[in-house]
Write a protein that binds this ligand. Structure first.
Ligand SMILES: *[C@@H]1O[C@H](CO)[C@@H](O)[C@H](O)[C@H]1NC(C)=O
Ligand SMILES: *[C@@H]1O[C@H](CO)[C@@H](O)[C@H](O)[C@H]1NC(C)=O
Length: 291
């Protein structure tokens, strides 16, 4: 036993020192001010650097020309807490890229060229508190479940993107949200906007510049007006605009309800009748027994 351990010890020491040394390497051109920070800000990088220490917690990659992140890039860096990718050339984030980032608290994807936020982009980033995605001028689409699992998120920046509309249901998973930036988007004040408008009215305390700071364009005039000048009444005609299909559904469901009601009352009546007969029968039995 003991010779074996004697032989193993140096080997283990060698392995751990190699790992540690690798852990403290700094990628070329970047600086590592402390053991947990890798700073590659503004280094003209066109891809994510190699040989980032595995124990990195803060990774600063802003002001570069990085066009994409390999979807397995973050698998190794499970301690990552802070990831700054601001001002790069990202056009998309593959779903799953962030799915292993369970400790990630801060993520900045602002000032990029993102076009959509697909469902599943953030996986289960339950620790994420701040998410910046503003200033992506081509960003127009948010997947239905894009923000699923972001239950700790307090701050979401979507300002100065290309949104003309946003399905308010995508905001529903954000149970801890305290601040939402939506200003500077080319919102259209049409019927698609009505539900978002109601949500914004109810949550206006979460908007840093209030309803005043968000503008939408009137459908025909194209003129932009601040949301503070609108009321739910402004969208009243949206409720009345039923299509033929809607009318058919309403009429059909009316017929279904009536038929169901008739069947139910018939069933009820026969049950009552049945019980009455039964109880009469048993009363008769009792009377028979008493005599
Ligand atoms: C974005 O990064 C480029 C390249 O480093 C830099 O020249 C530019 O000033 C940065 N822009 C902003 C808004 O930080
Ligand atoms: C973003 O895309 C536009 C149009 O495709 C392009 O002109 C621009 O250089 C891109 N910006 C960055 C930072 O890659």
């Amino acid at each position: 036993m003991s010779p074996c351990i004697n032989w193993l010890q140096p080997l283990l020491a060698l392995i751990s020192s190699t790992l540690l040394a690798r852990g403290h390497n700094c990628p070329s051109h970047c600086s590592c001010p402390d053991h947990h920070t890798v700073d590659c800000t503004g280094k003209g990088l066109t891809r994510v650097p190699d040989s980032i220490p595995l124990n990195v917690r803060r990774l600063l990659l802003s002001n570069n020309w990085i066009p994409w992140i390999p979807s397995d890039f973050l698998v190794l860096y499970s301690d990552l807490v802070y990831l700054d990718l601001r001002n790069n050339s990202l056009t998309k984030m593959d779903p799953g890229t962030l799915s292993t980032s369970s400790r990630l608290v801060f993520l900045d994807l602002g000032n990029n060229n993102l076009t959509d936020i697909p469902s599943g982009t953030f996986g289960e980033s339950r620790s994420l508190i701040k998410l910046r995605m503003g200033n992506n001028p081509y960003l127009t689409v948010v997947g239905k479940d894009a923000f699923m699992g972001l239950t700790s998120l307090r701050e979401l920046d979507l300002e100065r993107n290309g949104f003309t509309e946003l399905d308010v249901r995508v905001l529903e998973p954000l149970s801890s949200l305290q601040m939402l930036r939506l200003e500077g988007n080319p919102w259209l004040c049409n019927c698609h906007f009505a539900k978002l408008f109601v949500w914004l009215t109810e949550n206006s305390h979460k908007l840093p510049s209030g309803m005043e700071g968000i503008e939408c364009a009137l459908p025909l005039l194209g003129r932009r007006i601040p949301l503070s000048l609108l009321s739910e009444d402004s969208f009243r005609q949206c409720h009345g605009n039923l299509t033929l299909m809607d009318y058919l559904i309403v009429i059909f469901s009316g017929i279904c309800v009536s038929v169901a009601a008739i069947v139910a009352s018939f069933f009820l009546a026969s049950t009552v009748h049945c019980f009455q007969r039964l109880s009469k029968g048993s009363n008769g039995d009792e009377e028979d027994g008493n005599q």
